[in-house]
Design a protein around this ligand. Structure first.
Ligand code: NDP
Length: 498
């Protein structure tokens, strides 16, 4: 069957198919191709062909896969980026010769360490800590700390790699990094969380600093954890510096940082929609997750005139046809630290369904995945499309599988990739660093206005990059190219330093 497909494609689209550049086809042709692929083969096969389409960058991807076995998330992230950088490599042989592509996929430094702590019963517990310092070409390493049992080196490297391009897109001087631990803060007492954070920071402090590496929050790391880590760093170093972002307002935090990722996602998507003569106004929206990103995405989407009808946590999702009551969600999640299933006690007409995937079967105009990686697979993407959803903005990191992205793009959906759409959090973290350096604080509106401008600029820059390389409207390619080019120029100028 594959041979038949290849034959027909080779006849119909000889030049395109020869170069296997399915991402460079006009949308109409892509749709025909993907329909064809669905009928005669599988989407996976088509993606495999996309991977096989690499020419200049194929040895780079092969080396990554060989050198980093058993790291599927890292392979996925690198594949997605390299696929779209092939035309950049062709245009810049000097970057290929300088090994920019070979170097950018290898972290500058990876630190893995033991984190021992004592639980409330007096028992010694051992977790594993990570910090991946991926790229410092344009500024100190910057990226969050994830505390979740699923954390491993593959997830740290995928997140750190993505962070390089995201941070570059903000236009601010920050390099890429990521850290975390397989510690699960869920169900732990404040004392246990504090002892873990102090032990974690005791080792991490040797490797970070306001001008070296500035971690922040991520899944499982909120204001409480940042506070415990900052306190321990200050005690160890005897210095009060902006070594972490996401700090409390009384001790160096920035106004609007809490809201930044969710608000930024909506500013980005609103700019993209405006560019297509559309907006959030009157749209029905589904948002997965009920953590930091999801909460403030719901708040801003609602302010922009949309109605959000569903949210979730890792246990299940709630559907509220009249529109989500965010006050209730904040009380359940931020005050009680309870499960989203409790929402029906606040809103008796709402429906709770166990399991996460079902949230994508709810009919909506806009989907904002804001929970975790790979939460929308091909099947869910197809259901969203079949239900009329044509706008998807990624609040979480890599929430759509490659198959899901292919389905969104082939159906002409407006797809905002994470590294651009959720860059508002790290951009505001960089604004927090600036305020710390100046020992000065901006007002909420000052920070929020800067955030808004940054997100609109990111949209403009990535749209332009996509168009410049003949891929108009492909924001995935645009984000990878625009993010990469700035870092590549810096690495090239700095010689073979890393
Ligand atoms: P939080 O810990 O505040 O919230 C995460 C939410 O996702 C929770 O509702 C959680 O449910 C849910 N969740 C976690 N794991 C799963 C899973 N396996 N399946 C379904 N739901 C799950 O994290 P954030 O809101 O900070 O982060 C969410 C995403 O956004 C992550 O991908 C993060 O990397 C990304 N991001 C965050 C930024 C930030 O500024 N915070 C910046 C840029 C990206 P439960 O409570 O049950 O665990």
């Amino acid at each position: 069957m594959l041979q038949k497909r290849e034959l027909i494609l080779a006849i119909i689209f000889p030049s395109c198919y020869t170069f296997h550049r399915t991402d460079q086809f006009p949308n109409r042709i892509r749709t025909i191709l993907f329909d064809f692929a669905k009928e005669y083969g599988s989407m996976k096969e088509l993606q495999q062909e996309n991977k096989e389409c690499l020419t200049v960058l194929k040895p780079v991807l092969d080396a990554v896969i060989k050198r980093n076995p058993n790291e599927p998330e890292f392979h996925q992230a690198v594949t997605e980026v390299l696929e779209t950088l092939e035309p950049v490599a062709e245009k810049h042989p000097e970057w290929v010769a300088a090994g920019i592509f070979d170097r950018i996929v290898e972290p500058e430094r990876q630190i893995i360490f033991r984190v021992p702590w004592v639980d409330d019963k007096g028992k010694v517990q051992v977790n594993r800590g990570f910090r991946v310092q991926f790229n410092s070409a344009i500024g100190p390493y910057k990226g969050g700390i994830r505390l979740h049992p699923s954390v491993n080196i593959s997830i740290m490297k995928f997140l750190g790699f993505e962070q390089i391009f995201k941070n570059s897109l903000t236009g601010l001087p920050i390099g890429g990094g990521k850290g975390g631990s397989d510690f699960d803060p869920k169900g732990k007492s404040d004392g246990e969380v504090m002892r873990f954070c102090q032990s974690f920071m005791t080792e991490l402090a040797k490797h970070i600093g306001a001008d070296t590496d500035v971690p922040a929050g991520d899944i499982g790391t909120g204001a409480r954890e940042i506070g415990y880590m900052f306190g321990q760093y200050k005690r160890l170093r005897n210095e009060f510096t902006g070594v972490l972002t996401g700090k409390g307002l009384e001790w160096g935090g920035s106004l609007a940082r809490t809201q930044a990722t969710g608000y930024g996602l909506c500013y980005f998507m609103e700019a993209a929609m405006n560019d297509h003569g559309d907006s959030f106004k009157g749209k029905t929206v589904v948002v997965s997750g009920s953590g930091n990103v999801a909460t403030y995405a719901v708040e801003k989407a609602t302010q922009l005139g949309a109605k959000v009808v569903a949210m979730s946590d890792s246990g299940g999702y709630v559907y509220d046809a009249e529109g989500i009551d965010l006050k209730a969600i904040k009380e359940i999640k931020e005050v009680k630290r309870a499960r989203i299933s409790e929402y029906v006690n606040y809103r008796p007409n709402a429906v709770y369904t166990p399991g996460c995937k079902g949230i994508w079967t709810i009919k909506c105009d806009v989907a904002l995945p804001c929970a975790t990686q790979n939460e929308i697979d091909g099947e869910s993407a197809q259901i969203l499309i079949d239900n009329g959803c044509r706008i998807v903005g990624e609040g979480a990191n890599m929430p759509s599988t490659p198959e899901a992205i292919a389905i969104f793009q082939s159906n002409g959906a407006l797809f905002g990739p994470a590294k651009a759409a959720n860059a508002g959090g790290v951009a505001t973290s960089a604004l927090e660093m600036s305020q710390n350096s100046m020992r000065y604080s901006w007002t909420f509106d000052e920070v929020d206005n800067k955030l808004h401008d940054i997100m609109v600029n990111i949209y403009k820059n990535i749209s332009k990059a996509a168009a410049d390389y003949g891929m108009k409207g492909n924001l995935v390619a645009g984000a990878n190219i625009a993010g990469f080019e700035k870092v590549a120029k810096a690495m090239y100028a700095q010689g073979i330093a890393y």
